[in-house]
Design a protein around this ligand. Structure first.
Ligand SMILES: O=C(O)CCC(=O)C(=O)O
Length: 283
């Protein structure tokens, strides 16, 4: 405890319900993860015989995502879903400095009920008939585990107010669980609990994180220019929080699994043997 955050930061978090902590991640780990996102989109574009953009990583990724979205919405969503499961995402979520910062805020026995979620905002990446960004909500309903659960919001680039950032309502965690109406992805907080000018944009440097109470009111900003914003949202829950122990470790999210074959007649024996072929290069 006390390894990453100082007393003022810990006090700020307790009073305001959120905290921006810089220099938590190795920027190379952020870039490597982003490069793997880009690779995933490039692989699918190549498969469809479509051109692949190169150049600076974020711009190339943005173009390649837009190209795949334009070509095939379902494939774009499948690729995005796959990206959220990549090793680099888990490496960031389990980074020692992040774990220590969460410990400074009281998460003594961290656990992960959920897999991390990718949030991306871009005018070019609006899914036809779909949604982009979240309306005003609290995160409690998505996990409902330990009362001290922390949302970790990790951006891949320097975040400024013109990057469709996340906006938080400071101090709102102390209002507790608020009424609202259930939308597809969030329980939208009733308007009587906030005013438009209650919100502040979260600005984090690349390598930093926003740590936020599960009761802090927040939303995705509608303010942004033509750039792409990507961040990972995860949850640090606490297996030692008394009400979580008392409630016998409840989870909102359960594992589900498709039994039976997804692709009929796959794989053939040859396909399996090819994986283990000794002849050829590579080692
Ligand atoms: O990244 C965003 O725009 C919103 C993130 C969010 O609301 C969340 O992680 O709960």
């Amino acid at each position: 405890m006390g390894k990453i955050l100082d007393r003022n930061q810990i006090r700020f978090y307790r009073e305001q319900g959120y905290l921006v902590a810089e220099d938590i991640f190795d920027p190379l780990h952020l870039d490597e993860t982003l490069a793997h996102f880009n690779l995933a989109f490039a692989q699918q574009l190549e498969r469809l015989a479509l051109p692949v953009a190169d150049g600076p990583l974020v711009e190339a990724l943005h173009c390649n995502m837009a190209a795949l979205l334009g070509a095939n919405v379902a494939l774009y969503l499948a690729t995005l879903r796959m990206c959220s499961k990549l090793y680099g995402v888990y490496r960031l979520m389990t980074a020692e400095r992040l774990r220590d910062a969460a410990a400074d805020l009281g998460i003594v026995t961290p656990l992960f009920q959920t897999t991390p979620v990718l949030h991306l905002m871009s005018k070019k990446l609006v899914i036809p008939g779909g949604y982009q960004g979240f309306d005003v909500h609290q995160d409690w309903t998505s996990v409902q585990g330990s009362l001290d659960t922390i949302t970790t919001w990790i951006p891949f680039m320097d975040i400024d107010p013109q990057l469709f950032t996340m906006e938080v309502m400071p101090g709102s965690h102390l209002l507790g669980l608020l009424s609202g109406d259930q939308q597809q992805h969030v329980l939208r907080v009733d308007q009587k609990h906030f005013k438009e000018d209650d919100f502040v944009p979260v600005c984090v440097g690349k390598g930093g994180v926003c740590l936020m109470s599960n009761f802090t009111i927040h939303r995705s900003s509608r303010e942004g220019d033509d750039r792409l914003r990507i961040s990972i949202s995860g949850r640090y829950e606490n297996a030692s929080e008394p009400t979580f122990i008392e409630r016998e470790y409840p989870f909102t999210q359960q594992k589900s699994m498709q039994r039976g074959l997804i692709t009929e007649n796959f794989p053939s024996v040859e396909q399996v043997r090819d994986v283990y072929a000794v002849a050829g290069e590579g080692f």
